[in-house]
Write a protein of this length. Structure first.
Length: 109
């Protein structure tokens, strides 16, 4: 998660190659690496994580659409966070990946 938060693409790639769990939630905000990459506008990390989710066990066990629309502890999806932070490239990537525009939360809709 820290690698995605800080835009360390090489580290994100190495972690994914080592089969790091991209479904892991942090204990502070209930966010995944996808949330952090979207929120901080690291589109390269976001694309790498999305690509890994399409081809890994995530797609088979969780479903790719569910992963893209995963909510954090406050009910925000990666799309909500990217939108709130005006990360237009990340917003477009998430929309192209099936993020739901109609997803609502208690303040991020």
């Amino acid at each position: 998660m820290l690698a995605a938060m800080h835009g360390k693409i090489a580290c994100v790639e190495r972690l994914i190659e080592a089969n790091a769990n991209i479904l892991m939630f942090d204990s502070l905000n209930g966010r995944t690496c996808l949330h952090y990459a979207a929120c901080y506008g690291h589109s390269d990390c976001l694309e790498t994580i999305l690509s890994a989710a399409r081809t890994s066990h995530v797609a088979a066990s969780w479903g790719f659409s569910r992963f893209v629309n995963i909510k954090d502890g406050k009910g925000a999806t990666p799309l909500h966070l990217a939108s709130c932070q005006r990360r237009s490239q990340c917003v477009h990537m998430l929309l192209d990946s099936g993020a739901l525009v109609s997803a609502s939360t208690g303040g991020y809709s």
